[in-house]
Design a protein around this ligand. Structure first.
Ligand code: SF4
Length: 255
């Protein structure tokens, strides 16, 4: 995974401001910009221009996977789907959210997390100071299991390669898994979500690859069913951990 990204706008501004502050110490009487806390909290990899050649290439690769998903007959779920739901978002995202499988709304629209649970996920992303467009959102299964039943092991085995390919293309810094199935699939474990959440795991795209950090948290659908202060607090603690790992500010109003 490439880590030697060019300096982003914030880093450049910090360097310039550092020089200006140095000038002030040496006698300059006026600084033309405000304190560091006033700088835009942006990161170029979160907001990379769409015409960037690397982004274009990643977008094309993700589009090719999305087309394969729409034609896939790899497991019986293709018989009942209206739309495959390959996932969507920033092809160069630093942060990727992975859920379990599309539900009824997702199957109808072909987009991930657009039902009630999806609205809650959008709220969580916004509470982190981010937008859906800055991250990538997908699922382990790309087609809806009938009646939203749990994914079967054979369905997961048939489908998970699409997700592995997507993660290799996007190269995120952190994966947030939503619910037990996503965490167990990517971590190859049978541990319950309560034991997996609250710490940083490592996901290996392949044995020789650099690991990607993984944070497991509850699925938004679980949160909707258990909308308690305690459950929400635990999810927010997990998201604060993610923001710290990404070096992004934690919005004060949600502390
Ligand atoms: Fe293919 Fe996955 Fe859909 Fe099964 S769930 S048909 S493996 S895309």
């Amino acid at each position: 995974m490439t880590k030697s990204n060019p300096p982003n706008a914030k880093q450049i501004l910090r360097t310039v401001q550092g020089q200006l502050e140095c000038d002030q110490l040496l006698g300059a009487r006026w600084l033309p910009i405000g304190p560091l806390s006033d700088l835009p909290q942006e990161d170029l990899r979160m907001n990379t221009p769409l015409d960037d050649p690397i982004i274009k290439q990643k977008r094309q690769q993700l589009d090719a996977i999305a087309q394969q998903v729409q034609k896939c007959t790899g497991c019986p779920l293709h018989q009942s789907r209206n739309h495959g739901v390959p996932g969507e978002g920033n092809p160069n995202a630093r942060l990727v959210f992975i859920g379990e499988a599309p539900g009824a709304e997702e199957d109808a629209q072909g987009h991930p997390f657009v039902g009630r649970a999806g609205k809650l996920l959008t709220n969580i992303i916004q509470a982190m100071g981010l937008t859906r467009e800055q991250v990538f959102i997908g699922n382990i299964l790309k087609c809806r299991p009938p009646d939203n039943r749990d994914p079967s092991p054979t369905e997961i085995a048939a489908c998970s390669d699409y997700l592995y390919q997507q993660l290799e293309i996007i190269e995120p810094e952190i994966i947030v898994t939503l619910g037990a199935y996503a965490a167990r699939t990517l971590l190859d474990t049978k541990d319950p979500i309560g034991r997996l959440r609250g710490r940083i795991h490592q996901y290996f795209p392949h044995p020789l690859a650099e690991p990607i950090k993984l944070v497991a948290t509850y699925h938004p659908a679980y949160l909707l069913r258990n909308y308690t202060h305690d459950a929400r607090k635990r999810v927010w603690e997990d998201m604060q951990m993610v923001l710290r790992e990404l070096g992004l500010p934690i919005p004060q109003k949600n502390k």
